[in-house]
Design a protein around this ligand. Structure first.
Ligand code: UD1
Ligand code: CA
Length: 459
């Protein structure tokens, strides 16, 4: 982790320039690299969320390769300024595209769309340093620095220049301190130095990294701070993205532990999106959470569950291999093992859906239970309903979906087929194995099955 402590917000205008125009050939495939998924969000989205948190700030996002796709792939509470770089002639050329939108009295902060996890605190430090007149860079140590720009320092450890891998000598290639790409500089200085950047290098590209040598030639102070590679390292290829994802998940798990969640194994937990978890909640191994999830206190999530965009309230137990998508689960409920609930199904407090039970677009009232092998689709269950094993709501007639209403205290016999639309009145019963096609009045027992006959076999 960086050695920097907390830093107060810098009271200065900030112009973020986010570079996102490249294809990302090393990532493979045709999709723009900056849309590659990290913990359930495009890499670029992480940066957009971070810069949203800065007051007095504006952001220009430089797009080029599949720009429409990039624009559509990003959401923001603020209006985003996408700027087109029609030919990707290098990182300096990309920064130049933002010039019409920069404010002269601001600090410019350059972020690379493929280095998504830089923290607000680190950026604040960087901006503070730049506001004092420095060209300020963030670097990190990489054991295999292949492909990265090397940080060249003199004997007094002062930074001299950045040499790109392709242009580096064999001794320079030995250097393990590499450029993250992230830098900050006062905008008026940036505008003065940029025209000196030329493309006389192996790649024939305009390198933003040449800014370092140019600044030093103009006697401007340059600072380079070595940071946590997790924060500034980013991802150029699938292996790096994989490593970043694993590290992200491990740290997310550790962050939750710190806040009082009990986690069986932080290396076997994936949180792809945002999550809030109450105290003393236990998460067993191999769970995947996607989208926005809220878990209360004292919840138990057994192994191998998939939970997406759902709220689960205090004291609920989710047994192994349960799938919950877009649902609201009340307090002290029991789900699974092997339950699947989806389609905005709501469970009131104390409800239970057991093994091999599926519920879709349904409401399960207080303390109602379906404990085995049941399908509840478009069903509304009142309080204390008991649904026997093998019950099916036949909600679809081939054209339309229909509702099944099961009022308070009803008892559904095992293996009942409830042909919707249908209402089962309060405290009614169905006999096991019945096919129920007509409404059942309050308190009645409905039997809809062939009568048993016991025949004597002819000899
Ligand atoms: C760059 C740095 C290198 C650093 C490395 C960190 C330069 C010259 N080199 O190299 O020192 O170690 O990042 O990963 O800056 N982009 C544009 N327009 C362009 C070119 C790139 O918007 O014309 C964007 C890309 O989409 C990407 C970012 O800039 O988000 C960096 O480009 P990339 O090709 O990944 O640079 P590297 O070769 O990794
Ligand atoms: Ca890169």
């Amino acid at each position: 982790k960086t050695t920097w402590g907390e830093c107060a917000i810098v009271p200065m205008n900030i112009d973020f320039i986010i570079l996102a125009a490249g294809k990302g050939t090393r990532m493979g495939g045709d999709s723009p690299k900056v849309l590659a998924d990290l913990a359930g969000k495009p890499m670029l989205q992480h940066l957009v969320n971070t810069v949203e948190g800065f007051a007095n700030s504006k952001a220009s996002i430089i797009v080029g390769y599949k720009s429409k796709e990039v624009e559509q792939g990003i959401v923001s509470s603020k209006k985003l300024n996408f700027v087109n770089q029609s030919k990707q002639l290098g990182t300096a050329h990309a920064v130049k595209q933002s010039f019409p939108f920069l404010r002269k009295n601001s600090v410019s902060v350059v972020l690379y769309g493929d280095a998504p996890l830089v923290s607000k605190n680190t950026l604040n430090r960087l901006i503070k340093s730049a506001s004092q007149g420095n060209l300020s860079l963030l670097t990190f140590i990489k054991d295999d620095p292949t492909g990265y720009g090397r940080i060249i320092r003199d004997t007094k450890n002062r930074i001299q220049k950045i040499t790109e891998h392709k242009d580096a000598t064999s001794t320079e290639k030995e250097i393990r301190e590499v450029n993250s790409g992230i830098l900050a500089i006062k905008t008026d200085i940036l505008l003065k130095l940029m025209p000196s950047i030329k493309n006389n290098n192996v790649s024939k590209e305009y390198y933003l990294t040449d800014l370092v040598e140019i600044a030093i030639r103009n006697s401007l102070p340059v600072t380079a701070t070595i940071c946590d590679p997790y924060e500034v390292g980013g991802a150029n290829n699938r292996q790096e993205l994989h490593d970043l994802e694993r590290l992200y998940q491990k740290r997310k798990g550790e962050e939750l532990l710190e806040k009082g969640t009990i986690i069986a194994d932080t290396s076997r937990l994936d949180i792809r999106g945002d999550i809030k978890i109450g105290k003393n909640t236990f998460i067993d191994i191999n769970n995947v959470f996607t989208g926005n999830n809220v878990l209360g206190a004292n919840v138990v999530v057994g192994p191998n569950c998939y939970i997406s965009n759902s709220t689960i309230k205090d004291g609920t137990i989710i047994y192994a291999n349960t799938v919950i998508e877009s649902c609201l689960v009340g307090k002290d409920c029991k789900l699974g093992p092997f339950a699947r609930i989806r389609g905005e199904t709501e469970l009131s407090d104390g409800a239970e859906l057991g093994n091999f039970v599926e519920a879709n677009r349904s409401n399960i009232g207080k303390r109602s239970k379906a404990k085995h092998l049941t399908y509840l689709g478009d069903a509304k269950l009142g309080k204390r309903v008991n649904v026997g094993a093998g019950t099916i709501t036949c909600n679809y007639d081939g054209k339309k979906k229909h509702k099944t209403i099961i009022e308070d205290g009803t008892f559904i016999g095992s293996n009942s087929s409830l042909v919707a639309p249908l209402t089962l009145g309060e405290g009614s019963y169905t006999g096991a194995g019945s096919v129920i096609t007509k409404n059942v009045p309050k308190g009645k027992l409905a039997v809809g099955r062939g009568k048993q006959v016991n025949l004597t076999k002819k000899k």
